[in-house]
Design a protein around this ligand. Structure first.
Ligand SMILES: [Zn+2]
Length: 188
């Protein structure tokens, strides 16, 4: 963890599938909330709760806050260093190409399950940070997958909704034993 102050948030309860907040469209964060203690704390709480839950992403509706705020980070892999935690507010995605890249996903709000989800390989993000500063970047592959998964939470969509077939839905233990394509990334 390289961002100072990002792990001093409060641990919040993660709500699970069945809680109505996970099926709502979250509201845009209003202009007068940027830079406030409320929004800064929300960002810190998301990052802390994400880490404690062992996930790489967490959206505000998952802690029962129906606002368009998400957090994620990317663990290091062979090719790229860790991407420290980011908090994106009111993100807008431009998706390139088709959602034709398969990969495994799980979700802290749907514990114990893994499913194969096709996603766009490449996207562009425009968002604000908690202080209202614009951020814009492009993401590909696993990075793009994590952002699409978390952004879906802001629209009340869960990864199960994106699965073309339930044949590719596993409990984690069975996934470890039987799932064929371990080469693909797993987003949780
Ligand atoms: Zn999720």
């Amino acid at each position: 963890m390289r961002l100072p102050g990002m792990l001093d948030g409060r641990l919040r309860e993660i709500v699970r599938m069945g809680h109505p907040v996970l099926r709502e469209r979250a509201a845009e964060v209003a202009a007068d909330r940027f830079g406030t203690r409320f929004l800064r704390d929300l960002g810190r709480d998301l990052v802390r709760t994400m880490h404690e839950g062992g996930g790489v992403g967490l959206a505000a509706p998952q802690i029962a806050v129906p606002l368009r705020v998400l957090s994620y980070y990317l663990p290091a892999d062979d090719a790229t260093p860790e991407l420290p935690p980011r908090v994106l507010v009111n993100p807008r995605l431009t998706l390139f190409g088709e959602p034709d890249e398969p990969g495994w996903e799980g979700c802290l709000s749907i514990p114990g399950l893994r499913g194969m989800v096709p996603r766009h390989r490449h996207l562009r993000v425009e968002a604000l940070d908690v202080d209202g500063k614009p951020v814009a970047f492009e993401a590909e592959g696993y990075h793009a997958r994590v952002i699409q998964h978390e952004h879906d939470h802001l629209d009340g969509i869960l990864f199960l909704d994106r699965m073309p077939t339930m044949t590719d839905l596993f409990f984690e233990e069975e996934w470890d034993r039987y799932a064929g394509r371990k080469d693909l990334p797993v987003e949780i």
